[in-house]
Design a protein around this ligand. Structure first.
Ligand SMILES: C[S@@+](CC[C@H](N)C(=O)[O-])C[C@H]1O[C@@H](n2cnc3c(N)ncnc32)[C@H](O)[C@@H]1O
Length: 239
């Protein structure tokens, strides 16, 4: 009986992952067919930024020469932004993949947990951007992980929910954080498995920024120094 239940859960998880992959491929095709449909991760244009009240404070242009780092350094850059901007707290790295962001926060003394349905180990090394050196992650190193999809019931243990290019959970995270008085940091990429879609012509990030404000948050948009979808939204309760 238990084995059958286990098998059925594994089958369901496999089906969900297969669906995610198929959906990603469909999003790419759709983006190619409808370049401004909002269902893709094309960078926001300067016009979109300046026409959006929620994003108009972004520090520098998307064409800036200052964007020198590669996308693979996004974990180190977001880690630096978070520790510089937010007081240490209990953070959930939702859709955290291998868990490098959570690991770096943990190394900085934060309590960090990865929430991601796909079980994965930490990377074996990463580049420290300040020293330029490769840092090894020992095989014995761990971060706390919940190998499950994000659910509102998980939020009780966390003060801050972070989603770096996470799929399937951005809207749920905003709704839950608004309800339970938590903060959220989102670096959204393409729209995958979300319950809503932005209307045609409205970029997903622009739409999410307005959605966050509609939930009673103040939003601080920011841009990290890497090429790719590098715009983040820090949502917190004002005052
Ligand atoms: C594009 S990857 C990003 C991973 C990592 N944050 C990064 O930047 O490389 C999207 C992640 O979202 C996870 N994911 C998909 N659906 C999810 C859900 N409902 N709850 C939490 N994570 C989810 C996937 O397993 C995957 O690891």
């Amino acid at each position: 009986m238990a084995k059958r239940k286990h098998r059925s859960e594994a089958e369901q998880r496999f089906a969900r992952i297969a669906q995610t992959v198929a959906h990603s491929a469909a999003s790419v095709e759709e983006a190619e067919e409808h370049p401004r449909s909002g269902h893709h991760d094309a960078p926001l244009t300067d016009e979109e930024i300046s026409s959006s009240g929620a994003l108009s404070t972004l520090a520098f242009s998307s064409n800036s020469q200052e964007l020198t780092k590669m996308k693979k350094f996004r974990f180190q850059l977001l880690h630096r932004w978070i520790v510089d901007r937010v007081q240490p707290c209990r953070v959930a790295d939702v859709g955290g993949g291998k868990g490098l962001l959570a690991y770096l926060l943990q190394e900085s003394g934060w309590s960090a947990t990865v929430i991601d349905p796909v079980a994965q180990g930490l990377p074996s090394k990463y580049k420290d951007l300040e020293s330029g050196r490769q840092v090894r992650v020992r095989e014995t190193e761990r971060v706390a992980r919940l190998n499950r999809e994000f659910e509102p019931g998980m939020v009780g243990d966390f003060d801050l929910l972070v989603a770096l290019h996470a799929h399937g959970c951005n809207i749920q995270m905003i709704d839950t954080a608004a309800e339970l008085g938590r903060e959220v940091i989102l670096l959204p990429c393409c729209v995958i498995h979300e319950p809503v879609l932005p209307p045609p012509g409205v970029h997903w990030i622009q739409w999410l920024a307005e959605y966050v404000i509609g939930k009673g948050f103040a939003v601080e948009p920011f841009r990290l120094n890497f090429k790719g979808q590098n715009i983040g939204l820090y949502a917190y309760k004002p005052g």
